[in-house]
Design a protein around this ligand. Sequence first.
Ligand code: HNI
Length: 147
Amino acid sequence: MVTWTDFERATIQDIFSKIDYDIVGPGALSRCLIVYPWTQRYFGSFGNLYNAAAIASNPKVAAHGKVVLGGLEKALKNMDDIKQAYADLSVLHSETLQVDPDNFKLLADCLTIVVASQLGKDFTPEVHAAFAKFLAVVVAALRKQYH
Ligand code: HNI
């Protein structure tokens, strides 16, 4: 069971209230596909992922980036039991999509970079630590079905 301080709870809520989902979701997913090109293998139906420009302007990547953020919002709304909230997502990623779970951390790192660039000076070390903890719990919940 994960415990959250009041600061962490307030900070995570605050981050999500400040970020633009239409920028962060697509930005993080396209960054992940560009920087870690092996992650492209799961998105064979998304069409042209030939180079960075193609990935950044691919509408399916953008749409799926927003879906991923919708997934994070589910974690936000269920902070006291993210594992349970993510049970189906974990089964989907492990058994149906067969995503290598190491990739979750890579996408989480890309999300951190894009959120940091959105928040600017508000992304203090304390805010970074709270967001890193949130993403670590999300990644652990996604990995649950793999154990
Ligand atoms: Ni992921 C589908 C959330 C990491 C590959 N993913 C989803 C869906 C959500 C989601 C939500 C939609 C589920 C549904 O339709 O019911 N994915 C998340 C979250 C993370 C994550 C919150 C980590 C922060 N997914 C990853 C990673 C990969 C990945 C790292 C591959 C590298 N996900 C997929 C694929 C699909 C998917 C592939 C199906 C896409 C489609 O539409 O065909």
